[in-house]
Design a protein around this ligand. Structure first.
Ligand SMILES: CC(C)(COP(=O)(O)OP(=O)(O)OC[C@H]1O[C@@H](n2cnc3c(N)ncnc32)[C@H](O)[C@@H]1OP(=O)(O)O)[C@@H](O)C(=O)NCCC(=O)NCCS
Length: 145
């Protein structure tokens, strides 16, 4: 498996959007607007590949003051439970720490809180609803390795 950054607007970015749509939006009856995808040019995109097949992705949105929001984390259904998500998360965090970010925050679906806790994230505050699902705000300090 290879971990690498995906360039916005590339063919790999199109595969990333397809994966995110199929795994995160379509099941909720939601989609991406062209404006939403255009705004992602200013974000960082990371992927896990098996050969040319994209099997997992995560997006990082700079928030200012050293903070970055990780979002749209998804692993192909037939590749879950094999450490792919954790490897990709570790890779994205290391790249972002290397770029000077000092804190990662995210809105975790309640069902994924345990995954992020294992990776060192802590819940902050009360549950809230986003894209029709209960979520928790989670935080982790990033340190360059
Ligand atoms: C959540 C998700 C990204 C996890 O990816 P994954 O590749 O299956 O996770 P990994 O195999 O790397 O798991 C790493 C560790 O977290 C644990 N873990 C994985 N998913 C978990 C979950 N939903 N709840 C609790 N623990 C979880 C694993 O057991 C493993 O523990 P270990 O280190 O003790 O063995 C993946 O299941 C997914 O894409 N889910 C659907 C979309 C989604 O919910 N995305 C997150 C939106 S916030």
């Amino acid at each position: 498996m290879q971990l690498r950054e995906i360039r916005w607007g590339s063919r790999e970015f199109a595969a990333e959007v397809e994966l995110r749509y199929r795994l995160l939006r379509q099941p909720l009856g939601l989609w991406f607007s062209p404006r939403e995808l255009e705004a992602e040019e200013s974000e960082r995109h990371f992927g896990a590949f098996e050969g040319r097949r994209l099997v997992a992705c995560v997006v990082a949105r700079p928030l200012g003051q050293g903070a970055v929001q990780l979002r749209q984390m998804a692993v192909e259904e037939d590749r879950r439970g094999r450490g792919v998500g954790r490897l990709l998360l570790d890779f994205a965090e290391a790249e972002l720490a290397g770029s000077g970010f000092t804190e990662a925050v995210l809105h975790a679906r309640e069902t994924a809180v345990g995954f992020y806790e294992k990776a060192g994230y802590a819940v902050d505050g009360e549950p809230f609803e986003e894209v029709t699902l209960p979520h928790r705000l989670m935080r982790k300090r990033l340190t360059p390795r």
